[in-house]
Design a protein around this ligand. Structure first.
Ligand code: HEC
Ligand code: HEC
Ligand code: HEC
Ligand code: HEC
Ligand code: HEC
Length: 218
């Protein structure tokens, strides 16, 4: 090999190494994503819906006890209520007072955030009915938690073994905006499996999750 060829080979090795390193950092991203709280297409508040209104988690995340993914509710689930509720109660009260003072008819207010939901599903708030001609772009919620593809995780096994959502996701019912509470690292998974197995976790007595590599890696 000539000197020039060696330089090229070394260069290629360096570049490949960097790419491999970069992609391994990328693969590790979920583990380093603690605290990740992206902006969402609608400022949906868990604190309001789960905390104040006490709507059950699984009313919206229907897959949690039946499938691998808990799932994000389709806009039609939101519309079960928001077909009728178009703004906060506070805004309704303010409008009621104004209408009375100005001696005019009540004009039910439509919240700016909910207007985005109505655009997505094609709901006309003037007529309070669906208008198929007005259906806009569907809502694209930004994923918060995400494991690398080589990890097998299944909600149903956990939810049906009495592991509370909050044990993994933190106090979601207090969050204005969802944030990734746990590291989702391998150590995080394995520590809980080991502690549960050893009977250290009082609320997971009698559970026996495996710590074999093949349980979480195909
Ligand atoms: C009224 C419907 C509704 C209820 C009730 C609800 N959620 Fe959600 N949840 C959503 C929507 C919509 C999103 C996507 C937007 C966001 O991240 O805020 C979401 C996102 C999440 C996420 C993040 C998903 C991701 O992308 O990683 C978690 C975790 C979650 N919810 C857990 C819970 C838990 C735990 C409860 C009960 C304490 C709960 N949710 C109650 C609608 C709901
Ligand atoms: C079980 C009923 C119910 C469901 C389901 C529901 N909501 Fe709500 N939501 C409400 C109520 C009631 C309010 C007003 C609460 C108040 O003012 O105290 C509200 C308020 C809101 C607000 C705040 C409005 C404002 O401007 O203050 C937004 C945004 C919102 N909801 C979005 C959603 C989205 C998105 C979904 C579906 C993922 C959803 N909601 C599902 C009942 C519901
Ligand atoms: C043992 C820990 C654990 C428990 C318990 C748990 N989750 Fe999760 N959740 C995760 C992990 C890990 C992910 C990321 C999964 C992935 O990337 O495939 C996730 C993802 C999600 C998502 C994003 C969409 C999806 O389905 O992947 C939602 C929504 C969610 N969880 C809601 C819930 C709710 C609601 C509960 C309780 C009924 C719950 N989780 C219980 C660990 C848990
Ligand atoms: C807070 C505790 C806890 C955390 C965190 C946790 N698990 Fe589990 N896991 C359990 C329990 C409890 C079971 C059910 C054991 C049983 O049914 O006896 C289980 C079961 C499983 C199973 C089914 C295999 C078996 O032995 O039952 C898999 C696969 C699994 N977990 C993967 C994961 C992965 C991947 C993560 C991290 C992303 C994780 N778990 C995080 C507690 C946890
Ligand atoms: C309870 C679930 C679980 C078990 C059991 C488990 N792993 Fe993992 N493993 C994970 C998760 C989750 C990740 C992803 C970590 C991240 O993204 O930071 C991972 C990542 C990895 C990686 C990628 C490099 C790294 O460190 O991020 C390797 C290699 C690996 N595991 C090997 C193993 C081997 C070998 C075993 C058995 C001794 C094992 N795993 C057992 C959940 C598990």
């Amino acid at each position: 090999m000539t000197e020039r060829n060696i330089t090229i080979v070394l260069l290629i090795a360096l570049v490949t190494g960097t790419i491999i390193y970069a992609s391994s950092v990328d693969l590790n991203l979920p583990g380093n994503n603690q605290g990740y709280a992206p902006e969402q297409p609608i400022a949906f508040s868990h604190r309001l819906h789960s905390g104040n209104l006490q709507i059950d988690c699984q009313y919206c995340h229907t897959g949690a006890d039946k499938s691998r993914h808990a799932g994000i509710p389709p806009a039609s689930v939101c519309m079960n209520c928001h077909r009728f509720v178009t703004s906060s109660w506070d805004d309704v009260k303010i409008e009621e007072q104004k209408a009375q003072e100005e001696n005019r008819d009540l004009k039910i207010p439509v919240s700016e955030e909910l207007a985005k939901l109505y655009t997505a599903v094609g709901f006309d708030t003037e007529k309070m009915q669906y208008d198929p001609d007005k259906i806009g772009k569907p809502l694209e919620w930004v994923r918060v938690h995400s494991l690398p593809a080589y990890v097998y995780f299944d909600h149903r096994r956990h939810v049906n073994s009495d592991v509370a959502c909050q044990q993994c996701h933190g106090p979601i019912e207090t969050m204005e905006k969802v944030s990734q509470e746990s590291s989702l690292s391998m150590g995080w998974c394995v520590n809980c499996h080991r502690d549960a197995k050893n009977g250290i976790l009082a609320d997971l007595k009698g559970k026996n999750p495996s710590t074999n590599c093949t349980v979480c890696h195909y």
